[in-house]
Design a protein around this ligand. Structure first.
Ligand code: BES
Ligand code: MN
Ligand code: MN
Length: 456
């Protein structure tokens, strides 16, 4: 199919993307439930407009899944397209140059929460299918869409649905646009993701808050305890000190390590432009890509407790809570990591302190075989549209559905990346590079044609 059809529709694609981005569908904040529904209904309308059939919201406790299909290509493969319509909270608000839910174009980028994660990229898949159907009256493969609204909060609706054995999940591969290109203009397929274990370390000391002068020296301090526990869980070299935690870690193959060495990458530029700290951290014996793609991590996301207002208050708080996560790599298992972390936290509680790990959500790590026929088709499509050889990378982030589909449906995921490393995912001033939006649509459309040629 020629690219003319798509070019003629750029203005409309952009308007629709803007309408999608104006909906503050923040899954983590319950006051945005009405926006979650509006976003689900927006996607529903998009799937209908694209010419999909059996379009419906799937309710089931939690935010609705949006489903649609087109199954009129007998003997051809069936692809299950996945994306998410929920977004991260936009805070800190004062760091946004333009408001997070008022999409604004500056240069060749569109700025808004969800632009790259994942509304823009989800729309790429919908517009590709819409375009091929509109221009040719048919599709070269069977497609299903399953767009969720709980990805950013680790929700379980989609996992329950995947485990239910619903016939609408029958597919040969899953296709996901929720990852990044390694560098601008460089077509990229992601073949590995880290898993995650996310929860809280809850620490209790005295029955109630106490005067720190009167009781200091006798009463245990939960904030001090939380600091000690966290410090004991990871050493200064970035090594996680939990018994047995590394036992299942599968090292990358020598071929993969060699391929990573050949990626166009400047570590100093990365430090300067993406991180902006004085230095990088992490295990000194491992390359950067091993550290962010092939090794697990332990991170602290926030610590709550005690007095944090202006001025001074002399108090020994009764309780402290730290939000923490572990990122996991193949072949680590979330359930086992939860057990190991719980055990470690309990054992590290200082005298007079009770400490426990309270689990919130988890996801398995994933590694897909790049020799898969659909991954080959995707690589070819991206190479054609971007005019460069497609590279294979992993990502340190997590997309729970990849592991879920692997475990429950036994299907591989093709992860075509159209975000860029500086898109500010989960951060202020999230953006999407518009040329990638338009070319992504063409690449996904070309992928449909090439996927149809794959047999066996
Ligand atoms: N799209 C991201 C994950 C991602 C980012 C993959 C960049 C590859 C490159 C996804 O929306 C995300 O943020 N996932 C969460 C998962 C979690 C809340 C279960 C994550 O990784 O923190
Ligand atoms: Mn995402
Ligand atoms: Mn995200």
């Amino acid at each position: 199919m020629s690219s003319g059809y798509f070019r003629q529709n750029h203005a409309r694609y952009l308007e629709e993307l803007e309408a999608f981005l104006r909906i503050p569908s923040i899954s983590a904040l319950s006051e945005h439930q009405p926006d979650i529904r509006r976003a689900a209904e927006f996607v529903e309308g998009q799937l209908r407009q694209a010419g999909l059939e059996n379009v419906t919201l799937i309710e089931g406790g939690g935010n609705p899944l949006v489903y649609g299909d087109w199954l009129h290509a007998p003997e051809k493969p069936t692809l299950l397209f996945y994306g998410h319509y929920d977004v991260q909270p936009p805070d800190p608000l004062n760091e946004w140059i333009s408001p997070p839910f008022e999409p604004t174009i500056r240069g060749e980028n569109i700025y808004a929460r969800g632009a790259a994660d994942d509304k823009g990229l989800t729309l790429i898949l919908i517009k590709a299918v819409e375009g091929v159907l509109a221009a040719t009256g048919t599709l070269p493969v069977n497609v299903r869409f399953l767009i969720e609204g709980e990805e950013e909060m680790g929700g379980e609706h989609i996992e329950r649905f995947a485990a239910s054995g619903d016939a609408r999940l029958k597919a040969d591969a899953c296709v996901i646009c929720d990852t990044e290109m390694f560098a601008p203009e460089l077509p990229t397929l992601c073949i590995g993701l880290r898993g995650i274990v996310y929860g809280e370390i809850v620490v209790r000391g005295a029955r109630q808050d106490l005067h720190s002068g009167v009781y200091g020296g006798a009463a245990p301090n939960p904030l001090q305890a939380v600091a000690e526990i966290i410090a004991a869980l990871k050493d200064r070299d970035g090594h996680i000190r939990i018994r047995g935690f590394y036992d299942r870690v599968r090292p990358p193959t020598p071929q993969e390590m060699r391929a990573w060495k050949n990626l166009p990458f400047d570590e100093q530029k990365y430090l300067r432009e993406e991180i902006g700290s004085k230095d990088l951290c992490g295990s000194s014996g491992h390359s950067l890509f091993e550290r962010i793609w092939a090794l697990p991590t332990f991170e602290v996301h926030g610590i709550r407790g005690g007095f944090t207002g202006d001025g001074a208050k002399t108090v020994i708080p009764a309780q402290a809570v730290a939000k923490v996560s572990l990122r996991l790599v193949a072949d680590q298992q979330p359930e086992e990591a939860v057990a190991q972390l719980s055990e470690a936290v309990k054992a590290l509680a200082p005298q007079g302190i009770e400490a426990e790990y309270r689990h919130l959500h988890g996801a398995s790590p994933s590694l897909v075989n790049p020799d898969n026929r659909f991954i080959r088709a995707a690589a070819e499509a991206m190479t054609e549209i971007f005019g460069k050889e497609t590279v294979y990378v992993r990502s340190g982030g997590s997309i729970p559905i990849v592991g879920i589909f692997d475990q429950h449906l036994g299907i591989p995921s093709v992860m075509m990346g159209f975000g860029l490393p500086d898109d500010n995912l989960h951060a202020p001033n999230e953006k999407l590079y518009l040329p990638n939006f338009y070319r992504g649509i063409e690449a996904a459309a070309r992928f449909l044609e090439l996927a149809a040629l794959q047999t066996g």
